[in-house]
Write a protein that binds this ligand. Structure first.
Ligand code: SF4
Length: 214
């Protein structure tokens, strides 16, 4: 989506502010005007031969990062290749030891806090601990003014859209808003706020001035 010049400038200013906030939280922030720039930047951060894995994310597909890593010289650890629960468990063991974990975020506050909701928790677990580096690609549509609005965004925008995408039988898939359910199909087992990283710059957040993901 192309923005007007004042909108682009405002987003660039906001991203610069957020990068400073991320720095205080031991996270490294970047800003790219386009998805293409974001993909090139992410590739430049990951040395050839590195092992790469990823969490479920529309953003990393939409922006072209998945196509790019698949056609580059990396060791890919793809949980979709598991055929049995045993293989899935073994692959997960390799995922947590990967050099790079790719994901987006369900929301990010203007103060730099990441908010992520997960049903099985593999994605948020890898965000919290395991892979040596985490690269988060986030369209500016994921930015919320403060932490409370970021949680509301994750619960009332990201999660209801994902339940529709995944064809889950949940109240939000019908009403479009969170009803704080405990349905068997609920995708909200974990709601994780990443306030800071204990390892400096392990988490790299690439803000992109495009609408990406939900
Ligand atoms: S808690 Fe239930 S209703 Fe709320 S967003 Fe998650 S799945 Fe939907």
């Amino acid at each position: 989506m192309s923005h007007s010049l004042p909108r682009k400038t405002a987003n660039a200013n906001l991203a610069a502010t957020m990068i400073k906030q991320l720095q205080k939280r031991n996270m490294e922030g970047y800003y790219c005007a386009t998805a293409k720039e974001a993909v090139d930047l992410a590739l430049s951060l990951m040395p050839e031969g590195a092992s790469i894995t990823w969490g479920g994310s529309m953003t990393i597909q939409e922006c072209g990062l998945m196509d790019a890593v698949r056609s580059a010289n990396y060791e890919l650890i793809d949980r979709a290749t598991a055929n049995t629960p045993e293989e899935s468990r073994a692959l997960y063991g390799r995922m947590v030891c990967a050099d790079y974990f790719l994901m987006s975020t369900n929301a990010i506050s203007m103060d730099g806090e990441l908010v992520n909701i997960d049903g099985n928790a593999n994605r948020v677990a890898c965000l919290c601990c395991g892979p040596a580096n985490v690269i988060v690609i986030a369209g500016m549509n994921k930015v919320a003014p403060d932490l409370q609005s970021a949680v509301l965004r994750a619960r009332n925008v990201a999660a209801p859209t994902n339940t529709v995408r995944l064809d889950r039988k949940t109240p939000c898939a019908v009403t479009g808003r969170c009803s704080d359910c405990y349905s068997p199909d609920c995708i909200c087992s974990q709601i994780v706020i990443t306030r800071r990283s204990s390892i400096p710059n392990r988490i790299k957040v690439i803000l992109v001035d495009e609408e990406l993901g939900y």
